[in-house]
Design a protein around this ligand. Structure first.
Ligand code: 6PG
Length: 241
């Protein structure tokens, strides 16, 4: 695994770089092949989607992309907690893409059966050279407790599940979620952590500088065997590196 760390003065410049990497990834796909992305939720991607909509949406050939989710809250797509709704409201509704570009997790369905359904759907839709589906890009956030996707320190065992997606729940709110597991995350061709704000500085340093207890945190288990991990941080989140 190769790890690349890039630090930016603000979310605008981080987004510009992020968009350029996506455009480069699309350009490397064979003609007619699509670029598959698994999105995460949270305030960081929300801010990045806003910047893309405001300044950078013309830099990407969206018709070459298919969007999946690495995790979703078990709520309807109309719910304010929905990761799909957050992406739609802040980016996708401005792109006017046909529905076939989106493969959302049906948060409104029974969680266990939806985790199974989505696992099968992803398995069918993505290439899998080693028996595990491969995203071209998996976007991940970093929680202040070291969680990523919806795998938390208390249920870190989910990372090594034999399923592609499993159910989880937020340790503080109990909110039920569906999350990708480690075998799928680590099968990605590229994993991109998007980390901004001073609140993440301690955890970013703990993981990237391998400080005490770092290897007991879900985000530290992200280690795509044949892929690249890239950390895009703003200067606040990188202030302790
Ligand atoms: C979610 C995300 C979650 C998020 C982190 C960081 O569904 O909430 O997948 O893992 O990436 O909690 O969230 P922020 O970007 O809001 O700090």
């Amino acid at each position: 695994m190769k790890t690349l760390i890039e630090i930016f003065p603000d979310t605008d410049s981080l987004t510009n770089y992020f968009v350029s990497r996506i455009a480069e990834g699309i350009s490397q796909k064979a003609p007619g092949q699509v670029f598959s992305v698994a999105l995460s939720g949270g305030s960081t991607p929300k801010a990045i989607f806003e910047w893309i909509t405001k300044k950078y949406k013309d830099k990407i050939d969206w018709s070459r992309m298919v969007f999946f989710w690495g995790d979703e809250r078990c709520v309807p797509p109309s719910d304010g907690e929905s990761n799909f709704r957050m992406a739609y409201e802040n980016l996708f509704r401005h792109l006017h893409l046909p529905d076939l570009h989106f493969c959302r997790i049906h948060g409104e369905n029974d969680p266990e059966s939806e985790a199974a359904r989505y696992s099968e759907k992803v398995n069918i839709m993505l290439p899998n050279s080693r028996g595990i589906p491969e995203f071209d890009l998996m976007i991940l956030g970093l929680g202040e407790d070291g969680h990523t996707a919806s795998i938390f320190p208390y249920n870190i065992h989910l990372f090594s599940s034999g399923n592609l997606f499993v159910t989880s729940s937020h340790p503080a709110t109990g909110q039920v979620r569906i999350t990708a597991t480690g075998q799928l995350i680590n099968s990605s061709r590229e994993v991109c952590f998007l980390v901004t704000g001073s609140g993440k500085a301690g955890m970013a340093a703990r993981i990237l500088r391998q400080q005490e207890g770092w290897d007991k945190l879900p985000a530290s288990l992200v280690n795509p065997a044949d892929g690249q991990v890239i950390w895009l941080l703003d200067t606040e989140a990188a202030s302790l590196l």
